[in-house]
Design a protein around this ligand. Structure first.
Ligand code: FPP
Length: 264
């Protein structure tokens, strides 16, 4: 893991552009630092989350403009229930607000929405809103926005395992026939490509139970800025760093990611 602050190349005229053709297909984002952003300004934590929602809106636009096809964002983890009830309620409220306020506009921009995470312990009105957001955008062909809400990778793997074990017990699947593909298909992210790039803001350097199966070969970029300060320029910095990484997937190809298809 290389921190963005030490390995990103010097900015040219303050803003280095990613090289076209060297882009990740799928970016996953841990939108961290809302609370610290608010505290540093003497504002309530909710204000940090509100500004975080603005940064999320900007991310979707910026990623779409740059040709990114999939964006997965961590907006509420299965461990976030441990926060004070008031903050949990505010985060649920912000999700309601976002779905009601933004889905029509996102859909008009051809964005498809997928939600990952456990639904059976969410309030029923939120379950309905999430289902509507998915069904009303299911036929869109542009960027796919995947919102991880009430999501934890261990919980996802547990539910996938329960699902597969049930199929084995039913007799529909033999243990000896189980493959990685079965497990992949039993995850919430079924049918989606694995992320190529993970960005985490706020300076924390950990995965926090996010997409642990899917991130096996993902390039990790950790940014020192708080999520509300994330903008198109920060995205471009991460994309430049991604384009300079060597992706070998366990093999021996030592070309930078951007040159993989261009050289013998
Ligand atoms: C982590 O920062 C962020 C969250 C737990 C919530 C993320 C939510 C948003 C960005 C906006 C809402 C988006 C939707 C789709 C509802 P933190 O609060 O843990 O920051 P801290 O570590 O500085 O306290």
């Amino acid at each position: 893991m290389i921190s963005h602050s030490t390995s990103v190349p010097p900015m040219v005229h303050g803003h280095e552009q990613p090289t076209p053709g060297h882009l990740p297909v799928h970016i996953a984002v841990i939108m961290d630092g809302n609370g610290r952003w608010a505290k540093a300004r003497g504002l309530p934590r909710l204000e940090g989350h509100r500004r975080g929602l603005d940064a999320l809106r900007n991310l979707v636009r910026a990623a779409d403009q740059r040709g990114i096809r999939f964006v997965t964002v961590y907006s509420f983890s299965s461990e976030n229930w441990r926060r004070p009830a008031e903050e949990v309620s505010e985060l649920l409220g912000l999700l309601r607000f976002f779905i009601k306020q933004d889905v029509a506009d996102l859909s008009a921009r051809n964005v498809r929405i997928r939600i990952i995470g456990r639904r059976d312990d969410l309030p029923p009105d939120i379950v309905n809103l999430l289902r509507e957001a998915e069904t009303s955008t299911a036929d869109n062909t542009g960027l796919t926005l995947i919102i991880a809400f009430n999501y934890g990778a261990r919980d996802e793997l547990l539910r996938a395992t329960q699902n597969l074990v049930a199929r084995v017990v039913d007799g529909g699947l033999a243990v000896s026939d189980l493959t990685e593909q079965h497990l992949s298909d039993a995850l919430d992210t079924s049918g989606l490509p694995d992320p190529d790039l993970l960005i985490r803001t706020s300076g924390e350097v950990r995965l926090s139970n996010f997409l642990m199966w899917q991130l096996a070969y993902t390039e990790l970029v950790f940014l020192p800025i708080a999520w509300p300060d994330f903008d198109g320029s920060a995205l471009d910095g991460a994309l430049v760093e991604f384009s300079q990484r060597q992706r070998r997937f366990g093999g021996l190809n030592e070309q930078p990611v951007g040159q993989a298809s261009g050289q013998a």
